[in-house]
Write a protein that binds this ligand. Sequence first.
Ligand code: OSB
Ligand code: MG
Length: 367
Amino acid sequence: MKIESITFHHLSMPLVSPFETSFGRETDRECVLITIYSEGLVGYGECVATRDPGYNYETTGTAMHILRDFIAPLILGKDVKDALDFQGCVSGIRGHQLAKAGVEMALWDLLGKREGKSLRQLLGGMREKVEVGVSIGIQSSAQGLVRSAADYVKQGYARVKIKIKPGRDVEDASAVRKEFPNLRLQVDANSAYTLDDAKILKPLDKLNLLLIEQPLFEDDIWDHHKLQERFETPICLDESIVSPRHARYAIEMNACRIINIKAGRLGGLSQGVMVHDLCQKVSMPVWCGGMLETGVGRASNLAIASLPNFILPADISASDRYYARDITNERFVLNSDSTITVPNGAGLGVTINEDALKEFTLAEIKV
Ligand code: OSB
Ligand code: MG
C-alpha cells in the first residue's frame, strides 16, 4: 500500500470518572490518533501513549516526536506491504513500541478495508464475542472500592481487576473478596513493589485470585521469577514484556504463569500475535490488557482478543465505562453474558465522528 499522507491528532478526552493507579491519577486521557491515507482509503490507528511517563517511558509528547520525525519519514511515499514489512522499516528505531504500534494498527485497518476483511479475520481470530472484565482504579477507601465493584458486578461484569499499591493492597483485595466470595478477581500493582517489600502481599495468596499483575519493576523479569516461586497465585507480566523476545525470556525463566498482551506495549498487533503463539505452544494462557482506549483501540483489542489462547477475560469494558462521548460513531456495549461483540466491518470496523475528534484535539500534524 502506497503511503500518501499521514495525520497525527494529539487528543485529550474527559473520563467519566478519574482513574487512579500506583503511578498516578488521570481525569482526562491523552492519546494520539493516526490517520493514514493510501490509494483512496483511510486507515485509523490509536497510539496508547499517556500524558505522563508513568506506565512506561513513552508519553503523547514523545510519541508525536517519534511519529513525525522518525517513523513517518521511513514510510511516506513508500509501498508498505503489510505489518511485517512495516516492522522492517522501523527496526532501526529502538523502543517506542507504543508509537510504532499505533501506525501498525492503521496499516491493518487499511489492509482490511482493501481486502474487505475484518481485523479479526486477518489476525485469525475465531470468536465473535470476547469475555471481558473491568479494571477498577484505586478508590478513596476500601468501602468505596467495594461499592464500585458492586456497581460493575450489577452491570454484568463477571471479572473484576483492582489496582493496588503499597498501603492499599491486602486490605482492599480482602474487602472485595469478602463481599464477593465467588467473583473472578485479580490485582494489578503496576510495578509498585520491590522483591523485598512484596512479602507483605503474601496474604493475597489466600484470596483465590486469578492472578497478581506486574508487582515488580517494569524492566524486571528475574525478580518476578523469584517472587513466583514464593506464591501459589499466578504472577502475570504486563509492563516487563515489551517484545516476543521478552515473552520467551519470561517463559524460560518461569517468571510468570500468565502474560497480559497489549499490542501497544509490544510494538504492534503482529508482535501481539507472536506472543500469543509463543505462549500457546507452552500452554501459557494470555489475556488482552487495555489502556483506556477510544473506540479505535477498543476495536483493535477485541479483534486480537478473539484468538484462541486468550483464555482469561479481557480488560475491555464497554465504551461508557470511560467515555460519555467517544471519537468513534460506534459504541461498544456489554452483552448479558459478560462479553463484547467483535466488530465485523472491514478493517477495525469503526468510523470517526469528526465533530468529536475536533472537540478533543489539542494539536494536529499533517505530513
Ligand atoms: O496496567 O493494565 C494496566 C490503564 C492504563 C495503564 C495501564 C493499565 C491500565 C488498566 C486499564 O488497567 C485497563 C482498561 O483499559 O480498562
Ligand atoms: Mg497492568
